[in-house]
Write a protein that binds this ligand. Sequence first.
Ligand SMILES: [Cu+2]
Length: 571
Amino acid sequence: MKSPAERQTVASAEDATLNLPRRKALLALGALGALGVAVAGQARGAGMGGMAGMPGMGGMAGMDMGQSQPTAAAPGVGVFSRALLIPAELHGQPRDGVLHYALRMAPGRSMLVDGLQTATWGYNGAVLGPTLRVPRGKAVQIDLNNALDQSTTLHWHGAHVPGEMDGGPQSLIAPGGQRRLHFTLQQPAGSLWYHPHPDTRTGPHVYAGLGGLFLVDDPADQHLGLPQQYGVDDIPLILQDRRLAADGRLLYMTRMMDRMGMKGDRFLVNGREQPYWNAPAQWVRLRLLNAANARVFNLAFADGRVFHVVATDAGLLPRPVPVHSLLLAPSERAEILVDLRGDQGKRLVLRSDSGAVVPDLSAMPMDADSFDHQGFDLLEFRVGPPAGTPARLPTRMVDLPVLRADAPVRRFTLQGMSGNMMGGAMGGMEGMGSMRSGSQAMGVSEVGPGGMSLGVGGKKLFSINHHHMDMARIDQRLRLGSTEIWEVANQGHMAHPFHYHSTSFQILSRNGSPPPAHEAGWKDTVLVRRGETVRLIAHFNQQAGDAHPFMFHCHILEHEDNGMMGQFTVT
Ligand SMILES: [Cu+2]
């Protein structure tokens, strides 16, 4: 068996030799693919299809609001020219009974797309970050170091930590600044993640490349027989989309419809476009993270095979749930088991069957692009011989406690962008190219990596309970130790992934019915479809005062950055 490092070396050598002829063919295919998409959009224009068919909107799909920036050709069909990268694991260094970790945010250069250099930001590297392994019940110390040219924060998404350690918008780290965190996690094993959370700038900071996985490990779960050889049969898949200029620069908020949520036409897994994975012919565990700013993935295998959901956002399910497809909204995670025992020598493709779900998720043409209406490939499995100790599919995993509320139901309503707001939003886009003065004079950069726009966050476009985010206002005050039901009703025309900090919840109901079995576990993000009302229950045992409150917000980052967030204390 090769170590992950050796496998990576082999992959690089293959890249160097394989890619040239393949790339040329794909560029040609890409141009054809783009043409096909445009035609399909027009054909569907009479219904809910692409904007190309909307009166007066025909030219908008290709319209850049700032500089004229031709984008690189973008096939939805898999490229599969380079091997999947597995993020390095970061285990804490034990010292004085505490596990020590260090993360440094810094600029770098990455080859997200084969053959193109892209300026990006990353943690301890050029893009994304290492996979932190944090054992349950162990004291940790984490040193953060900001080597970027602007302020940011680092939030532990899904972690049960106090407000002061949570990395919310109040916890800014200045350029060149540092911050030391201490906490001990007392929560089930789960696949959490970390990402920036500055007020009005979370979207561009994540888009620039910042984000990584953060696994809570619990020895109690290691006897279940689940695949747990990291990088061999237990692999993280960080799913994202990006739009690039022809010269490789990241394009952010350059089109009118980006305001509804930034979506790209290049599909990345662990920071590489549509890679392949040399998978072993055995049960494999995929830790899926939707780290896209706005796009919902409807994951499925091209051959339609069944796979088994074993974990939701923040913990294992009572038992595996077989499915043919799995909806994953921004910031949701799932762990799935796939049986590759009979597939040696075969190639399989993991893709998003987006078109199957778009009617549930959006009603307006601006909400969905051609990839939402059709689908796209993500990762090719090249199944080779088994490796290491084969694992199995467990029959039972964990017991979930039944929570009982001890406070009145707390109600939230979600409002999307209305027709008249749209006009305002578009007005806002026009000024984008010229808003580069202000804080630049104070030595704080107003652009992202490679000159990437930071967008126009801070507009009052999306709201919760008809309030827009205000750092100076506490929206909800909770009692420490309480167990509360939160009811979230979507009054808008598109689906919103609702997330709150400091705890994990269980979904009690969707429109009055129990959630599907694959959602009946610990979660921290829930997709609320248009017209839907969900009820969630959680225990609040982490403290947060007015200086460092917790956030509740939509996890479409451009919605969060433009008002769809609120603050709560737990005291
Ligand atoms: Cu939203």
